[in-house]
Each structure stands twice: as structure tokens, then as C-alpha cells.
Write a protein that binds this ligand. Structure first.
Ligand SMILES: [Fe+2]
Ligand SMILES: [Fe+2]
Length: 306
């Protein structure tokens, strides 16, 4: 798989040209970047999390646990890639990105901290995080790649988190029966993923990342990410003792492969990323904004009082 990735990629177009093509207007019309705020969750994460915290459902718990296990290492990688990527831009673009990247970094840093607390509970229940070990190994193998590849991999993974996030907000039943504090944790993360879905993509384009490599990296990320999630889910189910139960896989099939399941129902959105004129803002974030409005009592905005 590693061979799929380039040692370097040549910039073929500039940010203005690509983004203008994607959004259908000229560089002169560029609106200011998104305002991203950092939110501190006001929920209890000290109380232990039960093994089948997601409504007593073995598959739903194991699958979400697998995703959570990828977050601390993955989100640190996103932070590092985007931060480094922005540093390579000309000063005017750096300034234009400054506030948005600061918000992006703040949000991802908060996610990884909260999920590390959540994962700590899983660790105490005896779950082993092999996902993280595999990601670290792959990061080491790919460390020499062009910075645009890392930002491209971040943008590709952020596409997954954004479409999964939107799906979760559309399907609150995926967390049915979970304690309200855990529903809040997952939905807050989903809302912010949806909110900052364009940041890494825009930095990639601004760095001169090409469409061709954007697709190659996306295919690579699709295979590695989905297989890592599946492997860790299986491992979690093994530890839970429910790997060979029909009810486990019935629930898995319903969650992922029902007509509007998390995987099958997202195929069209996954595919949108392949279009030459794709931009993440083409996907609506209305559900995320709605969730953030309706749950304002569950978080405080960092740097704001009252
Ligand atoms: Fe995140
Ligand atoms: Fe993110």
C-alpha cells in the first residue's frame, strides 16, 4: 500500500484556481474563512464507561470503540499536518488561514483529549488498542513523504469523519440506550467534524496539492481506514466474548449496511470526493449547526465568558 503514495507531488495549480473552480467564483470574491470556536464539554468523564455502553449492543459498542481508539493518534496527525502545511504558504494565505487553523487545531486537540479519557476507561476494561499501533507504524513508514501527502491524507480522513458525523446526527438511534453524557460526547464530536470539514481540504489545495494525488491518497486512506476499523472492531468483539454471536453481526449489518446504514448509506457522499470540482462545503452542515444550537448548555466556548 505504501507504494501507492508519492515521494513528492508537483503543484499543478494554485489554491485560487482550484478553489475558484470548485466554488464557481474568482479568487477576488474569496469570503473570509470559517469562524471555528473551541468548545469545552461540560460532561462527566470520570465515571467509568460500561463495556457495552452503547445501549447494551455489543457491535455498536465495539465499532464506536474502534473509532475512538483511532482518534488520539489520528487527530494529533491532523493537527501536525495542517499546522506544518500552513507554514509553507505565502504570507497573505497564512494570514487568511490563521484564525481557521487555530480553531481547527483547538477543536481536534479537545477531541483527542476527551477521547483519550474515554479510551482510558476501555483500557481499564482490558481492551487493547492495536489500531493506534498500526497507525503509528504506517506514519513512520510514510514520514518522508511530501508534506502535501500528509495534508492530503488529513483531508481524505476528514472527509470520512465529516460524512460519518453527518450520518450520526441524522441517525441518533445509532446511540440509542447510551447514557446521555456519552451521546453528548459523540454528537458534539460529530458536530465539530462537520463544522470544520473544509479546513484540511483548503490547506491541501492552497499548498498546490493536485486533484490526481488527492484521489490516490483518498483511495489509500479508504482502504487503510476501513480495514483498520474493521480489524479493531473484531478485536474488541473478541475481548467482549460476542464475536461469534449472530446477534452481534445482525446489529453490525443493520448499523453499516442497511439501506441508509453508515457505510452503504454514505456511498454517494464518499464518491462525491472523487469529483474534480468537489469541495467539502458542498455538503450541508445544517444538522451540526442545529445540534450546537440545541445543546449550548452542554458546553462552554473557550475564551468566552457568560
Ligand atoms: Fe475530531
Ligand atoms: Fe476533524
Amino acid at each position: 500500500m505504501v507504494a501507492l503514495l508519492p515521494r513528492s507531488i508537483s503543484p499543478t495549480r494554485t489554491w485560487g484556481i482550484i478553489r475558484s473552480a470548485a466554488l464557481g467564483h474568482s479568487l477576488e470574491d474569496e469570503e473570509p474563512m470559517t469562524e471555528l470556536v473551541v468548545r469545552q464539554l461540560l460532561i462527566d468523564l470520570n465515571t467509568p464507561v460500561p463495556a457495552r455502553w452503547n445501549g447494551g449492543d455489543a457491535f455498536r459498542s465495539a465499532y464506536f470503540n474502534a473509532l475512538s481508539m483511532s482518534f488520539p493518534v489520528g487527530e494529533q496527525y491532523f493537527i501536525d499536518s495542517v499546522r506544518q502545511g500552513v507554514k509553507t504558504l505565502p504570507e497573505d494565505l497564512r494570514e487568511r488561514f490563521a484564525a481557521e487553523v487555530q480553531g481547527f487545531v483547538g477543536q481536534e486537540a479537545t477531541h483527542r483529549r476527551i477521547h483519550a479519557l474515554f479510551n482510558g476507561h476501555l483500557e481499564r476494561l482490558g481492551y487493547r488498542n492495536e489500531f493506534e499501533r498500526r497507525v503509528l507504524k504506517r506514519m513512520k513508514l510514510n514520514a518522508h513523504r511530501d508534506l502535501r501527502v500528509h495534508v492530503g491524507a488529513t483531508a481524505a480522513t476528514e472527509h470520512f469523519t465529516a460524512i460519518f458525523a453527518h450520518w450520526m446526527l441524522r441517525h441518533p438511534e445509532a446511540l440509542q440506550g447510551a447514557e446521555p453524557r456519552l451521546q453528548t460526547l459523540w454528537q458534539w464530536h460529530a458536530a465539530e467534524e462537520s463544522e470544520h470539514r473544509s479546513t484540511a481540504f483548503d490547506v491541501y489545495v492552497a499548498m498546490g496539492g493536485s486533484h490526481e494525488w488527492r484521489l490516490k491518497i483518498f483511495r489509500y486512506v479508504t482502504i487503510t481506514f476501513l480495514s483498520d476499523v474493521l480489524r479493531q472492531t473484531v478485536r474488541n468483539l473478541w475481548h467482549d466474548g460476542s464475536l461469534f454471536q449472530w446477534s452481534t453481526w445482525r446489529s453490525g449489518a443493520r448499523l453499516l449496511f442497511a439501506r441508509d446504514g453508515m457505510i452503504r448509506g454514505n456511498y454517494a457522499r464518499w464518491r462525491d470526493y472523487l469529483a474534480p470540482d468537489f469541495h467539502p462545503s458542498q455538503h450541508d452542515a445544517g444538522l451540526a449547526q442545529q445540534w450546537l444550537r440545541d445543546h449550548a448548555s452542554q458546553y462552554s466556548v473557550v475564551g468566552q465568558t457568560g
